[in-house]
Design a protein around this ligand. Sequence first.
Ligand SMILES: Nc1ncnc2c1ncn2[C@@H]1O[C@H](COP(=O)(O)OP(=O)(O)OP(=O)(O)O)[C@@H](O)[C@H]1O
Ligand SMILES: [Mg+2]
Length: 447
Amino acid sequence: MVDFKGIRDFVGDSEGAYPPVFAGRRAELEALSYAAGDTWRRFRKMDSSHLSKRTRIVHGAPGAGKSTLLRELARHLHAAEAETGQPRLLYTTSADFSQNTCKILARLENLARLDADSWRERLKSVASRVSWSANLGPLGASLDSGNPLPGRPRNIGELEDRLPAERWQAPVVLAIDEFQNIAGSPRLPELRETLQSLHEAGFGLPVLLVVAGLGNTPAIAGEAGLTRGLTKIGIGCLEAEEARGLVRGWCRHFGIEPKGHDARLDKLTGSTDGWPRHLHFALQALADGLLGPGVKGRLSEVDWSCVMDRNLQLRLDYYRDQQSPEMRDSAYLVGAVLRGLELDNSRGGVKNSIRRMAGSQLDTRWDLPAGMDVDEFAGHLIHRGALQEDDNGEVMCPIPSFRSFLVERGEPVPELEHKPPAPEPKPVDQNLLRYDDTSDSPSPGGW
Ligand SMILES: Nc1ncnc2c1ncn2[C@@H]1O[C@H](COP(=O)(O)OP(=O)(O)OP(=O)(O)O)[C@@H](O)[C@H]1O
Ligand SMILES: [Mg+2]
């Protein structure tokens, strides 16, 4: 039976909502679970030096699925084998962590002291998908209650005084999301000490620190005092098969039979590049189509051209959001930087190309944004998801169709009075039919 209520709820879900079906990321989940279990094994050897410098950094452009990965990790750990200590995950954001450090440490303490039965009881009592969504959701609230010790630890040393290592019932993964924002916290000096303590495991507590954030998170981690021994986990597009599986799994989840609609579903999936946020948009467009008048949840009755238009609209809205005013003002420079990646995609190469091209033409769209130097501009492009450095130090644009969007907008238009010969028609990028910036209707093939 088709779950219309579920589909309607999905349409209303905000962008960062936990998905009804989770796809891919097996290697990342395995690596993180292994690290969490290994924290316990090392802890049991009673040598705190084995616990030091094991922080994991999950990084990726906006919409890559970092927050979703952390939430899925919470589930994954729940099902872990007993000899790993069945790690527990405490999710927080850098904003919460910096404003409510003592409260977060008190939750960490409460999680660590719960015996296995009480932990299972807590989980059962908040067994909805909301429970995984945030530390400040029902699970977080339940961790605030029943703290047998008055007060809250102010730092890791106090946490250890209150709950010495030998009394820990399980390892805890402290996951701090949106870590890039920690750089702007006025409390950074105090936070740096707490983070360093966790990273260096000076008190020998079985805590694995996992921080997640945009592409510049590895650099920000350094500023926050996390140096050496960091393991980076970059995430990006899902594999084509994972994306196909996700769309079919989503249909089945809501009681819709995808069989016999491969061509249409594959076209919808293919338009997303496997980028998680775009897959979410594509599924929202499909959900809209399934709720259309007279459709009654039948894929055969869906108006596919409406679905594809809506899907494209949502995706382009995302690109426009990601293209900051600074990137718009320096559109030609951005376009040239992205085109230049084909020749040299090292970090130094990118900076050299910015340096060479910035201000090289009269048009101000070749200039660096006001007040930004080369490093800040490169950092800005990473922050906006236009560039990402992979774990081998190679720089690329993580979403192919976002690259096409920026490159198209970054192609200098010849002055009209020069009356240039009509350009050769270009092959149309099927994933990115051009939109006129001033209108909301698709205009395939040009402005
Ligand atoms: N592995 C996945 N399987 C299914 N859907 C996913 C997956 N990863 C992410 N999504 C969906 O993609 C969207 C973006 O994911 P998410 O919010 O986790 O990205 P993010 O990297 O945290 O973005 P931001 O940098 O903006 O915080 C969400 O709607 C989420 O439901
Ligand atoms: Mg997020």
